[in-house]
Design a protein around this ligand. Structure first.
Ligand SMILES: Nc1ncnc2c1ncn2[C@@H]1O[C@H](COP(=O)(O)OP(=O)(O)O)[C@@H](O)[C@H]1O
Ligand SMILES: [Mg+2]
Length: 305
């Protein structure tokens, strides 16, 4: 399926959108909360029911012991969003000071995400948080750049306001450059528009010179529930936010499939001036990483039955 990473220039709905997409997916789904500034799901949606003993930070520790240890630890640090175990969350860091420890773990985690998507049929949604820059590039410890370059699609989440667009504009070139140099190409980049403001999709696309790949409505009641601030609202599954999130995943999957096809058969394209770097080519997953799927599959129930 699709690995989609969500990022922003300033807090504007990354976590809410990522959770809405994970909850509404019609396939097995995994939300990886990889915001280096720290996760909010633990205190928010999960209402402090998950201890610091579970989550992303422990994978950095496991990865130091080798890929097999990482694969084993990965499944053990997921939290189920439903009884069937078809929707799962990897809770994020409890302290931003933990972020530097993850710097060398991101590439291995990017591989795990690939295996889950390509071989396990998961919709993988990465909450990559708010971007940080250093000298015009993505910051090496405050942004999980390897997760972005390893994703099928990277969505810059913006609100439909001029302020949000003004802030997002500074992020488009660093993102394009990262995806060109180390990812699968700048066309992996698009916008997820949160419809809170007067700007329409075509205006957003024009302002940022990026396609608007998906949009979600502004829906405070559902968003408050997803932030753990209110009880389950009536008709949650049919809410505009979750229905749109489900449609958004469909559009994203179609966009990612079109890209993959285009990269496989680039017949109509003139030869690129710059050859893709070796890092942009798919790296076969280590067998230990592939073992993560087996561990994840244990106890999972088919969502269609
Ligand atoms: N679609 C939406 N409709 C209404 N409120 C939203 C929506 N998305 C996010 N919010 C609200 O915006 C605030 C920031 O959202 P959050 O997802 O935490 O942003 P980020 O992860 O980018 O920091 C929260 O109060 C959240 O409830
Ligand atoms: Mg967030």
């Amino acid at each position: 399926m699709t690995v989609t990473a969500l990022v922003s220039a300033k807090s504007c709905g990354v976590t809410t959108s990522a959770l809405a997409m994970t909850l509404s997916s019609t396939r097995p789904s995994l939300l990886a909360e990889c915001d280096p500034a720290g996760g909010t799901l633990r205190a928010g949606f999960f209402q402090a029911q998950i201890t610091a003993g579970t989550g992303l930070y422990h994978l950095a520790v496991a990865e130091r012991a080798g890929e097999d240890a990482l694969a084993q630890a990965f499944a053990g640090h997921l939290v189920r969003l439903d009884a069937s175990g078809n929707r799962q969350v990897l809770p994020g860091l409890t302290d931003p000071a933990q972020a530097p420890a993850l710097a060398r773990t991101w590439p291995a985690l990017a591989q795990v995400m690939r295996v889950l998507s390509d071989e396990g049929g998961y919709d993988v949604i990465i909450d990559a948080g708010r971007l940080a820059l250093e000298s015009g590039h993505l910051h090496s410890t405050l942004t999980p750049a390897p997760l972005l370059s390893g994703a099928d699609l990277v969505l810059l989440v913006v609100r439909a306001t001029d302020t949000s667009l003004a802030l997002a504009r500074h992020m488009t070139d660093p993102l394009r450059n990262e995806l060109t140099d180390r990812g699968s190409g700048a066309d992996a980049l698009g916008v997820l528009l949160i419809e809170d403001g007067p700007r329409r999709a075509h205006e957003v696309a024009e302002a940022l010179r990026l396609p608007v790949m998906a949009a979600l409505p502004w829906e405070p009641d559902t968003a408050a529930y997803l932030a753990g601030a209110s009880r389950t609202p009536r008709g949650l599954k049919k809410s505009g936010l979750l229905s749109s999130a489900r449609n958004a995943l469909g559009h994203l999957h179609a966009a990612a499939s079109r890209r993959a096809l285009h990269q496989q058969y680039p017949t109509a394209q003139p030869a690129p001036a710059v050859q893709p770097s070796p890092a942009a080519l798919p790296v076969p997953a280590a067998p230990q990483v592939a073992g993560v799927l087996q561990r994840l599959g244990q106890g999972r129930v088919d969502p269609r039955v």
